[in-house]
Write a new protein. Structure first.
Lengths: 112, 113
């Protein structure tokens, strides 16, 4: 069966520090991968998605970036965090648009 | 562009009451997919159901049922005999063929004992 791992579960970072969140999927190949952010108030905002290695689509201009160095690995990064980057970050995967997206447990990021 | 509207931001019920969560969507595509997700207080999103635009059959799974009506662009979710464990935020979502999922803003359901 397929599983998705996301870490760390919680992170507290100072403003201006770098960020690296990692997500890996097991049990499938060539998944579509996604990064979402959920701020207080519940809405889910799509940040990036990838349909293959090295293929990244950005949905929202910001100081975040994403990379997919391997087929089942998706990384969310920032060189300098802003206060507004605080939130709950979720990684997800799917086989295609007709299939449900399956989510990781999320990372709660607090910026001080 | 597609859009998903969950007009109910918060609903509070007493245990054993039935509750319906509304979802209205907008899309120009003829092929699309609808989903419901549950987000309990722990934070993870749990997939509940998928419907494609060609399948208007309603579905029942235990205490959960879904009513899909293309004529009104609605995909409503009913919980029968609600339980405290049903307390969560519920999201309706729409996918087209471009691999992107559009979520509604969610409905916070609180089931009180």
């Amino acid at each position: 069966s397929q599983t998705i791992h996301q870490w760390p579960a919680t992170l507290v970072q100072p403003v201006g520090s770098p960020l690296s969140l990692e997500c890996t999927v097991e049990g499938t190949s060539n998944p579509n991968l996604y990064w979402y952010r959920q701020a207080a108030g519940r809405g889910l905002q799509l940040l990036f998605y990838s349909v293959g290695i090295g293929q990244i689509s950005s949905e929202v201009p910001q100081n975040l970036s994403a990379s997919r160095p391997q087929d089942r690995q998706f990384i969310l990064s920032s060189k300098k965090l802003l206060l507004s980057d605080s939130g709950f970050y979720l990684c997800a995967w799917t086989r295609g648009p007709s299939q449900p997206q399956h989510f990781g447990d999320g990372t709660r990021l607090s910026i001080l | 562009a597609q859009k998903v509207t969950q007009a109910q931001t918060e609903i509070s019920v007493v245990e054993k009451e039935d509750v319906t969560l509304d979802c209205v969507y907008e899309t120009r595509d003829t092929t699309y997919y609808l989903f419901w997700y549950k987000q309990p207080p722990s934070g993870e999103l749990v997939f509940l159901i998928r419907r494609n635009s060609f399948d208007e059959q309603n579905e029942i799974s235990g205490r959960y049922s879904w009513n899909f009506q293309k004529s009104t662009s609605s995909f409503n979710f009913t919980i029968t005999a609600s339980q405290v464990v049903d307390s969560a935020v519920y999201f309706c979502a729409l996918a087209r063929s471009n691999y992107k999922l559009t979520f509604g803003k969610g409905t916070l359901l609180t089931v009180n004992p």
